[in-house]
Structures are given as C-alpha cells and as structure tokens.
Design a protein around this ligand. Sequence first.
Ligand code: XUL
Ligand code: MN
Length: 346
Amino acid sequence: MLKQHQYQFCFGPWNLSEGQDPYGPTTRPAQTFDWKLDQLKKLGFDAMMFHDDDAIPDIDSKSDAQIRKEARELKKKLADAGIAAEMVAPRLWFSPMTIDGAYTSNDPKCRKYAIDRSLRSIDIANYLGTDILVLWLAREGTYLRESKNGRRSVDLLVQAFDKMLAHDKTIRLAIEPKPNEPMDHAYLPTIGHALAIAQLTRDTKRVGCLIESAHAILAGLDPADEIDFAMAFGKLWSLHLNDQNGLKFDQDKPFGSANLRVAFTQVRALERNGYGKKGEYVCFDVHPFRPTKVEHWLAHLDNSRRTFLRLVEKARTFDNQQAQQLIGDRNYAALDQMVLNHLMGK
Ligand code: XUL
Ligand code: MN
C-alpha cells in the first residue's frame, strides 16, 4: 500500500486559556508555561506556537541580551521535551503603544515601536529555530474610516514588511488575515489581500499566509477555498484549524464542532494539495468553552485532533469514482447525499 502522509500537530500556550471573556473573569486558575508544555507533550503533539511574550514574558522591559539568554533557555527546554517551535508572532495589540494600530498607527513613535518589536520577534524565531513569523494584524484597520488613510496604510504595511524582510534574509512572513474583531474593518481581511500585498514587498517569495478557519468564515468565505487558493501559490505555511458558528464574535470552537461538512471540505483541500509534506504543521487555534472544568481542560485540543484524523480517514475513503460519475451526470442532489452518507457512516 502507498505510504500515506502523516500530519504533525501543534498548539499555543494561549489555547489552554482560563475562560476570561469581555463580560467576566477567568473560570480556571492560571497555569505555568511548564505545565502547558507538559500537557502538550502528554497529548502527543509535535510543536508549540508562540507569541513573542509567550516565549519571553514582559518582553518590553528586557534587553536584547536578556531576550537572547531566555530564548536560548526556552529552546533547550523545548529540545529536551522533543518539541519544535512552530512560529513566533509579535503580540502587537496589548501595549499602550498600539492603541491606535501598530504598523498603521497615525503616530510615528508607535509605528517604530511596532517594527522594533517585530524585529525582536524575528530574533526570537531564530533562537527558537523557526523561520516563520506569523502576523495577525489585530489593530491594522479602523473603527471609523475617516480616522486613517487607507492608501497610506497599505504603504505603511509594505514598509513594515520590508524592514522585517531586510532584517533577516531567511525569515518568512505568514500573514494571518481576519476581517474584523477587534477592528470594525481590517485592512487585510482575506487570503487574497495577504497574497496581493506580498507582491508589493521587496521579497515576494518570503511573504505568504496562515489560514484560520474561523477567520475565513467571519469573512463569509469557505476556508477550503482559502486553502486551495493559498496552496495554488505555494504560500500556505501554517494553519489554524477551528470552527465558528456563523457571523458573530470569534469563537475558536473545536475543529468540526459547528459544521462537520465544512471541516471535511477543509481536510479534503489539505489532502489534495499535500499540506504538511514540506514540514508544515496542523495547529489548532481552539479555546475551551468558558464553563469547562479544570479536569476537562485539554479536551478541546484532543477532540480537535481526533476529529481531524477521523476526517482524514473520511477524505481518504471517499469514493471519488462514484463522485465523478455523479458529477458527469450533473446529479448534484445524489452527490450531496453521498457526502452526507459518507460523513454519517453509511
Ligand atoms: C486571533 C488569533 C491569534 C493569532 C496569533 O484571532 O487567531 O491568536 O492566531 O496571534
Ligand atoms: Mn489564529
């Protein structure tokens, strides 16, 4: 039998979250990073993804030398645990310096802060042994369109990306689009926008993307189409699988929990494009439901991976020949039911 490709899995420390939402406090006690790393290893995941301050807490108060020391210690801890660092992402949405945006802030001092912090994140990525810098552009957009010049914002984003590309000759920028939240409108809401702006940078080949299922759904798109589009360009370098129940706040539900068929379609898209064959990881950007008890704290991650693997099996056992016959006969009602029967196990 043909040796089939095995996927490698990843999550971030923030995915073991404590239940805080805009209307109420935490519902589970904070845990240490070491505890989280232990859980990741126990669950049999392969890699961890990092915001810069997941890797180096209080990063803004530390010198470059201190950052280098702590990053190297973390790298050793990860190596001892047999866990890879998948990516580093500058957290550019917490600081008082990014209240009005980061790279597109109207204040030049704030723009400089955002770029300097991103360059530090690139250094951390180097120390941790990953060449992927993820850019979720949380505050690059507006609450009201009159507050910023959209054309200037595109130029500012390109200038910021160019500084990052120049800082390190090997770093790859993976833009993670999201159409809204926290902003009313984000400047780079879809994969099309991410890949288009890549063409304006000084090294187009090193600017690609990360797709998050929930973000695509929030943009009214099918995440599988986003996967096919990005992979047609060879630019899907990371992936945040999760789920989202329609157009509301970003839910980060377990993969497949809102719409199993949309999840199946994503897995089929990953399979047909060979996602993971160049070392890309399947990351789950999922959160526990707020009422989750401490003893069930890991279930959303374990369940997401189980669902993913079941859907890989479903994708691999889908009767493509029969599907092709139905497509040839333009019998889409039968094709539709065939998919449902396959998912329901009949
Ligand atoms: C926000 C989101 C982030 C990024 C990493 O919606 O998905 O967690 O994945 O910064
Ligand atoms: Mn994400």
